[in-house]
Design a protein around this ligand. Structure first.
Ligand code: FES
Ligand SMILES: [Fe+2]
Length: 352
């Protein structure tokens, strides 16, 4: 029987534990969620110039993001039309793309150009063997891909989040630091945990001292939510005295955007298996080649590490708890867990 989401939070129960460990649920999530939503794939500065490319796999789909000679950014299938070899690997810059198996070459626009030693083949027109294309869009210097040809545009999907973040100019920001971790938990355990401040007093004593916990609140919108964390002690979080709040944005289904006055970071939550998840953190700063900013980056990453280690421990413990025969599903705090409830509503709508 499928999970029945109750939109009435005070009466609702959380997603049953079965959905946090089952292999067929995981496959269904790939098809129904990750292959149909806008997924953060990389950064615009990786594909600024013609021929620059990077590769990534989203929902089991190997992809090649490449800037064409015509200036257009394309998301192409990274699967060779010959015998499914990899057209490109890693990232770099090339005038043409040569498959790493038998050397067929493709143009930057995905057209098949050269097919060595295929003389004698019949009924074969190279024009029929271009690399398939997917949707790609850039927002705030971040490259997003959507595998669903029928999906809404990224702008329509994000809705008023676009205007909400518009006063900020993201142009000068560059990747300053990157870290990733592999966790033994379902991706939803990590997202659930991110979406509430309820655990901060117990799990994150350091963060708890820095924020004004009683006034922490979560606002939910169509496809995203925002946690507003008013600050009590701005110094530890390295924000300007003028800033009195940090905003933690979550974008359905698996992207977090943590916005500080002088930097922002993305956390991408990548499901690797029913009980395995990778979290990728990237920090973007401006002018980071000055000693002052370099110092701020070190402190920002160190503080984030402290919180992340605390979150990893609790998420992995929760995953073990979800496997218990005694637990199936729980209840939401109406005061503190509206963000989790909102996520579960989007989840149910996509899955069932
Ligand atoms: S699989 Fe690409 S050339 Fe053979
Ligand atoms: Fe946390």
């Amino acid at each position: 029987m499928n999970y029945q989401f109750d939109p009435d939070l005070p009466k609702a129960s959380t997603i049953p534990s079965f959905y946090y460990a089952d292999a067929s649920v995981f496959e269904r999530e790939n098809r129904n969620i990750f292959a149909r939503t806008w997924q953060l794939a990389g950064r615009a500065d990786q594909v600024r110039e013609a021929g620059q490319f990077f590769t990534i796999t989203i929902a089991d789909e190997p992809l090649l993001i490449v800037r064409g000679a015509d200036g257009e950014l394309r998301a192409l299938s990274n699967v060779c039309r010959h015998r499914a070899g990899p057209v490109a690997s890693g990232e770099g810059k090339r005038p043409v793309l040569q498959c790493g198996y038998h050397g067929w070459t493709y143009g930057l626009d995905g057209r098949l150009l050269q097919t060595p030693e295929m003389a004698g083949i019949e009924c074969f027109d190279r024009a029929d063997f271009s690399l398939p294309r997917f949707r790609v869009e850039v927002w705030n210097e971040l490259v997003f891909v959507n595998l669903d040809p029928a999906a809404a545009t990224l702008g329509d999907f994000l809705g008023d989040l676009v205007s909400r973040l518009a006063p900020r100019d993201y142009a000068g920001y560059q990747l300053a630091a990157r870290k990733d971790w592999t966790l033994n938990c379902n991706w939803k355990v990590y997202v659930d945990n991110y979406l509430e401040g309820y655990h901060i007093p117990i799990v994150h004593p350091g963060l708890f001292r820095a924020i004004d916990y009683p006034n922490y609140r979560t606002e939910t919108r169509a496809n995203y939510s925002i946690q507003h964390a008013p600050l009590r002690r701005p110094a530890r979080l390295r924000v300007n005295d003028s800033a009195d709040e940090i905003d933690y944005f979550w974008i359905w289904p698996n992207l977090m955007l943590n916005v500080y006055p002088d930097n922002f970071s993305t956390n991408l939550i990548v499901p690797l298996g029913p009980e395995k998840t990778r979290t990728i953190f990237e920090w973007h700063f401006r002018d980071f080649d000055t000693p002052d900013v370099r110092q701020r980056i070190l402190e920002t990453v160190a503080f984030s590490d402290e919180i992340q280690f605390e979150d990893i421990d609790i998420c992995q413990a929760v995953q073990r708890g979800l496997r218990s025969s005694t637990y199936d599903s729980g209840r939401y705090s109406p005061l503190r867990e509206n963000g989790v409830h909102h996520f579960h509503g989007l989840y149910a709508a996509a899955m069932f």
